[in-house]
Write a protein that binds this ligand. Sequence first.
Ligand SMILES: C[S@@+](CC[C@H](N)C(=O)[O-])C[C@H]1O[C@@H](n2cnc3c(N)ncnc32)[C@H](O)[C@@H]1O
Length: 358
Amino acid sequence: MAELDEIMLAELGEVRDALARAEFDGDTFAVALGHARLAEIVDSRVLGQLLAPAVKAEPSKPLRLPVPYYGGKFGAAPLIERAMGPIVNLVIPFGGSLGCLLGRSEPARVETANDKDGLIVNAWRAISNDPIAVAKACAMPVHECTLDAVHGWLLDNRESLTTLLRSDPRAHDVAAAAYWLWGRSVWLGGSWCNPGKRGPRKAKVALRGGETGPGIGQGVLSSKIRDELPAYFTALAQRLRHVRMTCGEWTRVLRDSVTVSHGVTGVYLDPCYDLGTGRRPDLYGIDEPEQSAEVRAWALEHGPHPRLRIVLSGLGDEHAELEEHDWSVITWRGRERLWLSPHCRREDFGPLFEQGAA
Ligand SMILES: C[S@@+](CC[C@H](N)C(=O)[O-])C[C@H]1O[C@@H](n2cnc3c(N)ncnc32)[C@H](O)[C@@H]1O
């Protein structure tokens, strides 16, 4: 709460100064802008805080993107943070639900997140720019026909939305973001927004209890947050405020200008797993299993760089080849493994290391 108050006070102070200058200059346009900005701050922050008893109680608790996400790494984030050690720069080429970033105990000074899927990046950008509007738009009743319509709409509009994101730095589509978040929360299992899964699905809407318990719901429909969404998204927007976002191929954010030129850099690589691991195909909206070997090759080449702390996720022995080149491996959960590059803090993870035994 104190942290939010300070941020809000600082912003209010800036607007007050700008207004004083504008009035002194007789600049009516700037005065109008200042008043509009004042209304924005008061609306989103104050409203968000008033509606947020849960978030107020634990302001520094990491918040996840409120959607179930196959392969999401929110739970692995503390382990990845520990493996990377102190870094000034964090780069996430396969962002998805931003688990590794949002699950950290504290942000890195510079953070860059990328995903090739414009539907996902639009959701990140819309939450950062207009959290209250996204929250309001997510409040849709669960209806199977709505889900089918939403899925078809998102598939039809992915390309144009991606083009829009790339052509206008502030563009975002609140309705599309809410469709993606709401639909991902209603849809059961993987393959949300995968072009091969167009059309109605049988009894796959999250109307039943299943793992989430009767009537509890998941994602934006979770009973823990569904009545607090404006506050939840406002807190998320605060966390995402300084995150640099890109929408494209994973290699775009791995140039030196994005990585080592900022100082010691953590790179978290979580590509779609190779199908040879036995995982199901088409789990993601954009699912490219052939990347796995290319990403490993990049990791192998860049692992020795003294400023890089690379963590690569994989299944089973997918990236065992790295272990012949001074990389080490730890288990996160089940068959999920994390390979750590030579400059990670590997001394923290001896042969007897067990996840959870910090
Ligand atoms: C395993 S998921 C990452 C999950 C993420 N670590 C999390 O915590 O949610 C892989 C992600 O890579 C994205 N993707 C697929 N092909 C890509 C590519 N060529 N470049 C960048 N991202 C890609 C998918 O959209 C998907 O979100």
